[in-house]
Each structure stands twice: as structure tokens, then as C-alpha cells.
Design a protein around this ligand. Sequence first.
Ligand SMILES: Cc1cc2nc3c(=O)[nH]c(=O)nc-3n(C[C@H](O)[C@H](O)[C@H](O)COP(=O)(O)OP(=O)(O)OC[C@H]3O[C@@H](n4cnc5c(N)ncnc54)[C@H](O)[C@@H]3O)c2cc1C
Ligand code: FES
Length: 362
Amino acid sequence: MFRSAAPADLDTSAVGHEDRIFELEIAEVTYETEDAISLCFAVPEHRKSHFRYEPGQFLTLEIPCTDGGSVARCYSFSSSPVRDPYPTVTIKRIQDGVASHWLHDNAVRGMRLKALKPSGMFGPENWDADFVLMAAGSGITPMMSIIKTALLRHTNRITLVYANQNRGSVIFAEQLTELQSRFPDRLDVHHWYTSDSGLPTAAGLASMGAAIPAHCEAFLCGPPQYMNVAEEWLARTGTTAHRTHREVFSSFDSNPFQDDTTAAAHEPDANSVTAQVEIEGISTEFAWNADTKLLDRLLELGLDAPYVCREGTCGGCAYTLTDGTVTMLANETLDEHELHQGVRLACQSVPAAEPIRAVFDR
Ligand SMILES: Cc1cc2nc3c(=O)[nH]c(=O)nc-3n(C[C@H](O)[C@H](O)[C@H](O)COP(=O)(O)OP(=O)(O)OC[C@H]3O[C@@H](n4cnc5c(N)ncnc54)[C@H](O)[C@@H]3O)c2cc1C
Ligand code: FES
């Protein structure tokens, strides 16, 4: 479907913002360690076909605050879409953390929470490649989803290096031991405890004797220092990773559940370009001013573009640029491979050269 949009004549009823918001019921709360809980969610029957996720993706939850407001926080799926009946996220309690404390203290079976449609770009495209997974603390969550999916549905080999404070803080310790004994030739798990060995270093990681395939895809999730050390170690082993994916866990100030999407659209100025953007199969053509970010323009036109952080860090607003050129003001999530494929972030794109054509296909 195609339509040409002047701000005043847009019919937004077909693509309402509410379509991206789900009300999920907590089906089960599991205490994984002293400071980590898992929440399994029941998806309403009539919305199941819209709620699909891939290993490596995350769920954005709206979490009530004691002052009566709310915050939005992202949590990677620890469940596998091909194995686990309920989509599940696992939350570590963070010192003085608003949302993690609230969830640990209040989440119970039957509670309903608002969530955005799953999103994120951290996950394998090529399941034939061998994987090296480097996780620290709660950074294990997307790795669990990837490991369970790979072992069940694919034939590749996986090496996991998992850093924690001590043995008691290892989330999913039993599941990992069980998976390792079921798939001894395909899953190789190495634990690093800072209580025994101090903070990980490239030399220290090398001394663990983990089997690293010469060609692989590497997935890193943990504090930035840990991911830097992991990359240094991989480089030292002579590993040629086809791709190295990084996921940074952080909190955002923006709250996509509370945004006012009724702001008036700006009139095109003398420097505006023409853009054609497809969202959910509907193409819209509009004028785009050079100083306006694509996401802001789409939202002011009443179009239902996906987003979470609006800071260039989560990948929730990713789209593919098929024609023209845009400039990205920031990018803390897309890697070289994705950029080469034409993937861009709507919350950070301003127009550079027309005609611009883009499709939200992520
Ligand atoms: C894609 C993605 C996936 C994620 N997946 C997971 C996951 O699977 N599991 C998980 O546990 N977490 C995950 N996170 C992190 C999660 O979204 C939250 O950031 C985390 O739960 C902390 O939120 P909080 O509200 O408890 O802490 P916040 O209140 O946001 O505080 C975080 C820390 O910052 C400090 N802080 C806050 N404000 C300030 C300030 N003004 N000055 C100085 N320090 C401050 C606090 O003391 C605290 O230590 C993920 C994040 C992203 C982006
Ligand atoms: S909304 Fe998070 S990167 Fe754009």
C-alpha cells in the first residue's frame, strides 16, 4: 500500500502506537540466584501472532515507580523461542537501581506489565557458524537464548566464557551443566570467578584453555572493560571472527510508554528532501527537513515507527536504507556488517541526499 502524506491529511488509525504495546501477565517467578529472578510471561492468545522474538532480542517493560510515574527498562530474553513455552527475562538486582529493585520486591504471578514488541539486533544471522560467547554477570541472558536455540535446532559448536563474582552468583549454573553433559561435543563452558582470579585479563583468559574455532562469530555482553578484554584475547588467539557483536546493558532516560505522540508536525522548509518510508507494508511519502531526525519526523506524522531508547544505543529503531543517503549523528549498536547492509538507526538519521527510500524490516 502507498500513500502520500501531508501532515494534516494522515489517517493514523491503521498504525496506532498502541499496536506495539502488549499487556503481559507474569506466569511464573523463578529465583535463579540471591540477586537474579526470571519472569515468564503469558502472551494474550489473540496477540500471540504479533509477539515473536529471536534469540538475542530484548523486551522493554514499563515499570511503576514509587512516585507514581514509571520507567522503561530493557531485558534480553533468556528463553529460547524454539524450546521454552513462555518468553522469559532474567533481572539482576542492581545496587540503588530503581526498576530492578521494584521487580525483585514486587513481581508476582498474575501481575500484568506493559511491554513493547520485542526488538534488538544482537543475535546470530548465520547459525552455521561456530559461536564464541563471552558473558559477564547478567550478560548471560541473551547467550542462554542463543545456546538453547543453537543446540536444539542447529549443529554448530559453541564456546562460552562466563565471568562472575563467585560460584554463588552464576545465573543458570545448573542449566549450563545439564546442557554441557547433553551436548559434550558441541558446548564448551568455562567459568571465571573474580573472587579467585581477579578481574579478567586477556592473558588470564588465554590460560583457561578454551577451544576457540579459527573462524567463528563472537558475541560479547558485559561491562565495556570486560568486552574490551574479550576482544583483545580473541585477537591474540588469531581468531578471525566473521562478526563481533556487542550488547551493552544500560538504562535510558526516555520512556516510550509515556511519550506524547500528538505533537504538531513541522512544515517542510526550503532544504527539505523527499523520503519514502515503508512501515508494516504501508509506504508513505513525505517531506523531511535537514535538521530533523527520521524517527521524530515519523512520529510527528503519526506513523508507528518502532523505537525504545532514542539515544542510538538499543537498535530498536533500526531500518534498511534502500536509496539515498542519511547521516547518523550517533551509533553505539550497529556493527560494520550491518552498516554495509544498509541498516541505519531512525532515532539518529538526518537526511543527506535524496531521493530517500527506507523500509522498517527488522
Ligand atoms: C538491550 C538491553 C538488554 C538488557 N538486558 C538485561 C538483562 O537481561 N538483565 C538485566 O538484569 N539487565 C538488563 N539490561 C539492563 C536493564 O535495562 C537496566 O539498566 C538494569 O536493570 C538497571 O536498571 P535499574 O532501574 O534497576 O537501575 P537504574 O536506576 O537505572 O540505575 C542503574 C545504576 O546506575 C546508578 N545510577 C542511576 N542514576 C544515577 C545517577 N544519576 N548518577 C550516578 N549513578 C546513577 C544506580 O546507582 C545504579 O547502580 C539490559 C539493558 C539493555 C539496553
Ligand atoms: S531507539 Fe534505540 S537506537 Fe534508536
